[in-house]
Write a new protein. Structure first.
Ligand code: FE2
Ligand code: FE2
Length: 178
Protein backbone atom coordinates (compact mmCIF):
# COMPACT_ATOMS: atom_id res chain seq x y z
CA UNK A 1 0.00 0.00 0.00
CA UNK A 2 1.16 3.54 -0.70
CA UNK A 3 1.48 5.77 2.38
CA UNK A 4 -1.44 7.88 1.15
CA UNK A 5 -3.64 4.74 1.39
CA UNK A 6 -4.14 5.00 5.18
CA UNK A 7 -4.67 8.78 4.87
CA UNK A 8 -7.45 8.22 2.34
CA UNK A 9 -9.03 5.54 4.53
CA UNK A 10 -8.97 8.04 7.43
CA UNK A 11 -10.72 10.60 5.20
CA UNK A 12 -13.65 8.20 4.84
CA UNK A 13 -14.14 7.96 8.64
CA UNK A 14 -13.81 11.74 8.99
CA UNK A 15 -16.54 12.10 6.33
CA UNK A 16 -18.82 9.75 8.28
CA UNK A 17 -18.31 11.78 11.47
CA UNK A 18 -18.96 15.03 9.59
CA UNK A 19 -22.23 13.60 8.29
CA UNK A 20 -23.29 12.91 11.89
CA UNK A 21 -22.25 16.43 12.89
CA UNK A 22 -24.22 17.90 9.98
CA UNK A 23 -27.28 15.88 10.99
CA UNK A 24 -27.00 17.13 14.58
CA UNK A 25 -27.31 20.81 13.59
CA UNK A 26 -31.04 20.81 12.62
CA UNK A 27 -31.82 18.59 15.63
CA UNK A 28 -30.20 21.11 17.98
CA UNK A 29 -31.90 24.01 16.24
CA UNK A 30 -35.29 22.34 16.49
CA UNK A 31 -34.82 21.65 20.20
CA UNK A 32 -33.17 25.06 20.71
CA UNK A 33 -30.66 23.19 22.82
CA UNK A 34 -27.17 21.76 22.36
CA UNK A 35 -26.36 18.10 22.78
CA UNK A 36 -23.31 18.48 25.04
CA UNK A 37 -22.50 14.79 25.13
CA UNK A 38 -22.45 14.54 21.33
CA UNK A 39 -20.45 17.77 21.04
CA UNK A 40 -17.84 16.51 23.52
CA UNK A 41 -17.44 13.28 21.53
CA UNK A 42 -17.33 15.15 18.21
CA UNK A 43 -14.67 17.53 19.56
CA UNK A 44 -12.63 14.58 20.81
CA UNK A 45 -12.95 12.94 17.38
CA UNK A 46 -11.87 16.08 15.53
CA UNK A 47 -9.00 16.85 17.89
CA UNK A 48 -7.66 13.35 18.51
CA UNK A 49 -8.43 11.64 15.21
CA UNK A 50 -8.87 14.24 12.45
CA UNK A 51 -6.25 16.65 13.77
CA UNK A 52 -3.64 14.79 15.83
CA UNK A 53 -3.76 11.36 14.18
CA UNK A 54 -4.62 12.40 10.62
CA UNK A 55 -3.31 15.94 10.09
CA UNK A 56 -0.39 14.85 12.31
CA UNK A 57 0.73 12.22 9.80
CA UNK A 58 0.19 14.66 6.94
CA UNK A 59 2.17 17.49 8.49
CA UNK A 60 4.77 15.71 10.63
CA UNK A 61 5.67 13.04 8.08
CA UNK A 62 4.27 13.49 4.53
CA UNK A 63 4.65 17.28 4.22
CA UNK A 64 7.95 17.20 6.15
CA UNK A 65 9.37 14.71 3.62
CA UNK A 66 7.91 16.57 0.65
CA UNK A 67 9.35 19.94 1.72
CA UNK A 68 12.94 19.22 0.58
CA UNK A 69 11.79 17.68 -2.72
CA UNK A 70 11.81 19.67 -5.97
CA UNK A 71 8.05 20.30 -5.88
CA UNK A 72 6.32 21.92 -8.82
CA UNK A 73 5.04 25.45 -8.07
CA UNK A 74 1.49 24.08 -8.15
CA UNK A 75 2.22 21.27 -5.67
CA UNK A 76 4.11 23.69 -3.41
CA UNK A 77 1.13 26.06 -3.50
CA UNK A 78 -1.36 23.30 -2.68
CA UNK A 79 0.79 21.99 0.21
CA UNK A 80 0.96 25.50 1.73
CA UNK A 81 -2.81 25.85 1.35
CA UNK A 82 -3.36 22.49 3.07
CA UNK A 83 -1.21 23.57 6.05
CA UNK A 84 -3.11 26.87 6.28
CA UNK A 85 -6.40 24.99 6.14
CA UNK A 86 -5.32 22.75 9.04
CA UNK A 87 -4.59 25.92 11.05
CA UNK A 88 -7.99 27.39 10.28
CA UNK A 89 -9.70 24.07 11.17
CA UNK A 90 -7.96 24.15 14.58
CA UNK A 91 -9.29 27.66 15.15
CA UNK A 92 -12.82 26.53 14.27
CA UNK A 93 -12.56 23.65 16.74
CA UNK A 94 -11.26 25.99 19.46
CA UNK A 95 -14.28 28.24 18.87
CA UNK A 96 -16.58 25.22 19.13
CA UNK A 97 -14.90 24.13 22.40
CA UNK A 98 -15.26 27.62 23.92
CA UNK A 99 -18.91 27.84 22.83
CA UNK A 100 -19.66 24.34 24.14
CA UNK A 101 -18.09 25.15 27.51
CA UNK A 102 -19.97 28.44 27.74
CA UNK A 103 -23.22 26.68 26.87
CA UNK A 104 -22.54 23.91 29.41
CA UNK A 105 -22.09 26.56 32.14
CA UNK A 106 -25.05 28.79 31.25
CA UNK A 107 -27.41 26.40 29.39
CA UNK A 108 -28.11 29.20 26.88
CA UNK A 109 -25.10 31.35 25.90
CA UNK A 110 -22.87 30.06 23.14
CA UNK A 111 -25.67 28.24 21.31
CA UNK A 112 -25.44 30.29 18.09
CA UNK A 113 -21.65 29.96 18.07
CA UNK A 114 -21.97 26.18 18.47
CA UNK A 115 -24.21 26.03 15.39
CA UNK A 116 -21.95 28.40 13.41
CA UNK A 117 -18.75 26.49 14.26
CA UNK A 118 -20.35 23.12 13.53
CA UNK A 119 -21.56 24.42 10.16
CA UNK A 120 -18.09 25.86 9.51
CA UNK A 121 -16.39 22.51 10.16
CA UNK A 122 -18.95 20.57 8.13
CA UNK A 123 -18.43 22.95 5.20
CA UNK A 124 -14.66 23.10 5.51
CA UNK A 125 -13.62 19.45 5.58
CA UNK A 126 -15.14 18.12 2.32
CA UNK A 127 -13.30 20.64 0.14
CA UNK A 128 -10.04 20.09 2.08
CA UNK A 129 -10.37 16.31 1.73
CA UNK A 130 -11.26 16.60 -1.98
CA UNK A 131 -8.19 18.79 -2.57
CA UNK A 132 -5.95 16.14 -0.98
CA UNK A 133 -7.63 13.10 -2.53
CA UNK A 134 -8.06 14.50 -6.04
CA UNK A 135 -5.22 16.97 -6.53
CA UNK A 136 -2.37 16.18 -4.20
CA UNK A 137 -1.87 12.78 -2.58
CA UNK A 138 -1.31 10.65 -5.68
CA UNK A 139 0.89 13.17 -7.58
CA UNK A 140 2.84 13.75 -4.34
CA UNK A 141 3.84 10.08 -4.29
CA UNK A 142 5.81 10.58 -7.52
CA UNK A 143 8.44 12.55 -5.60
CA UNK A 144 9.39 9.48 -3.53
CA UNK A 145 11.35 6.31 -4.27
CA UNK A 146 9.81 2.95 -3.37
CA UNK A 147 12.11 2.76 -0.32
CA UNK A 148 11.03 6.21 0.83
CA UNK A 149 7.37 5.24 0.45
CA UNK A 150 7.89 1.98 2.38
CA UNK A 151 9.71 3.87 5.15
CA UNK A 152 6.92 6.47 5.28
CA UNK A 153 4.27 3.78 5.66
CA UNK A 154 6.30 2.28 8.50
CA UNK A 155 6.66 5.69 10.15
CA UNK A 156 2.89 6.21 9.89
CA UNK A 157 2.39 2.93 11.80
CA UNK A 158 4.81 3.99 14.54
CA UNK A 159 3.16 7.41 14.74
CA UNK A 160 -0.28 5.81 15.17
CA UNK A 161 1.03 3.34 17.75
CA UNK A 162 2.27 6.16 19.98
CA UNK A 163 -0.93 8.21 19.84
CA UNK A 164 -2.97 6.47 22.50
CA UNK A 165 -0.03 6.70 24.92
CA UNK A 166 0.47 10.39 24.09
CA UNK A 167 -3.24 11.17 24.53
CA UNK A 168 -3.58 9.64 27.97
CA UNK A 169 -0.17 10.83 29.20
CA UNK A 170 -1.26 14.39 28.31
CA UNK A 171 -4.60 13.85 30.06
CA UNK A 172 -2.87 12.75 33.29
CA UNK A 173 -0.35 15.59 33.05
CA UNK A 174 -3.20 18.07 32.51
CA UNK A 175 -4.98 16.98 35.70
CA UNK A 176 -1.68 16.92 37.64
CA UNK A 177 -1.08 20.57 36.72
CA UNK A 178 -4.50 21.67 38.05
FE1 FE2 B 1 -5.23 17.66 5.53
FE1 FE2 C 1 -6.35 14.74 5.06
Amino acid sequence: MMPVGPLMIEHRLIERMLKLMAEEVPKMEEKRGANIEFLSEAIDFIRSYADRCHHGKEEDILFRDLAPKPLSPEHKKVMNELVEEHISARKMVSRLVDAKNLYARTQKDGFREIITSLRGLVEFYPSHIAKEDKNFFIPAMKYFTQKEKDDMLQEFCTFDKNLVHEKYRKMVEGYERK
